[in-house]
Design a protein around this ligand. Sequence first.
Ligand code: PLP
Length: 424
Amino acid sequence: MTNRREFLQKSAIGALTLPLFSFTESQHSLNELKDSSLNDQDYWKLIRKQFALKEDQTYFNNGTMGPTPNYTLQKVIDHMSHYAKHGAEVDYKDGSGPELLSGYFPYQELREKLGAIINADFKEISLTQNATFGMNYVGMGLDLQAGDELLNTNLEHGGGFAVWQLLAKRKGCIYKQATIPIPANDPQEVFDAIFKEVTDKTRVIAIPHIISAYGVVMPVKEICGEARKRGIFTIIDGAQCVGHVKVDVKEIGCDAYYSSLHKWLLAPPGSGLLFIRNDVVGNIWSTIASYNWDNQEDHGFRLMQNGTGNPALITGYDAAVDFYNTVGEDRWIGRIKELGDHLRAGLKQMEHVTIHSSIHDEMCAGITTYSVKGLTGPEVQKIMWEKERLQPRSVGKDLVRHSVHIYNSKNEIEKALKVISELA
Ligand SMILES: Cc1ncc(COP(=O)(O)O)c(C=O)c1O
């Protein structure tokens, strides 16, 4: 007991492994998803049943938020209700802290699972609330000086540009934007647009892996490779990426990468990750400081010192990763691409529709943004909902951003194509 207590006390201030939670109230299991005798059609029908989304409604807005699968949802609910009832049985000093609160523990097991998905060591990974935290931890943590140039694109989300603009104002850095062509159908053109703005003062290139509004998959590997040769720090906004396209941070060769896993990995809202490459993480100051603010052994842990959070969300985050791994990365990502291609193939046939996303095979996946002649984005969205209970999302005045995911079917896409074709 003494040893266990010592171990667990140390773990509150050091980077040691703690198991996740041991109770199992959940009736939901992943076993039926492991049935390899199912044909493709039956398999995807079974997947659809893993979601509480209503039968007669179609969700096409995963780019904003992924719906939580029942398996994950149940784990979150079980956790909260279990400790609401059994809180008094928890001996905090005995190492049961993670059952009552998150924010102080290293969660090595979960970080290892995430590391296996993005090809990183767990110590290079921090659990964050979302992508925005990742951007801020890196931006605020870098030692930037007046005159350093910080390069964004002109198509950033607020979770991709705001810290760089703040740093320009606060420290006198020079903020620049590269103009990305729309539609972007040539990776070389995108690469050239970035490096046109690079000078010998460029310290940071901060760009999205997938552009929020258009779903364009950027040639980040080529851009990071060239930036590395020039000694420029690269940080990739992958908010839309983990669980959507293959993310291999080593292959991309970026210095930092952040994502929101409540989008395409379907983790509970508030599940993010930040990767910072081992060789450079020592140069990033901690922004939020608590016990481990100066932990030089586990920098990922150092950068996730957030104080008390909801442990049920960590349980749900872990469950979401298990759900993803049970389906399998290739099957999951392949299905999103297949459905995205199906939608684009239909839209391409329609003269009154303009696709603003990429149609280059390597630059498109599950998000397709289009406009319909004579109608605004909100009008198209409204018609789709009123006619068939289909819910894509309008962006800006004219555009509709249409996301597809593994819980969608080709039939739902056909319904959407029919409604859009009738708008001619
Ligand atoms: C490209 C991109 N970056 C950053 C964000 C911000 O994500 P979060 O609000 O989860 O931090 C989003 C959200 O849609 C996004 O699409």
